[in-house]
Unconditional design. Sequence first.
Length: 116
Amino acid sequence: QVQLVESGGGLVQTGGSLRLSCAASGRTFSSYIMGWFRQAPGKEREFVAEIRWSDRSTYYADSVKGRFTISRDNANTVYLQMNSLKPEDTAVYYCGARSGGRYDYWGQGTQVTVSS
């Protein structure tokens, strides 16, 4: 059973930084793509970034490009380093995993609040 557990959310001022972590377990992820999404109140869940486990190639939403960095280690943890945070980055951030075209697995989410 795949489990994704996010951590690292919190309250930060505009311009600050946070690092989110996603601990993945339950299978080998070498053929997976891991991603971060976010959902603000009253809005749909939106893509933030993803990383291909095998070669660490990455892809970002335009809204976070240059400010956020997705990475992973060799211990099944995926990170999202968030710098230069803005109030519009406030959302619940979710970690996801996919082996095909759709995300199959999701974590429970972690709240990020950026104060102005």
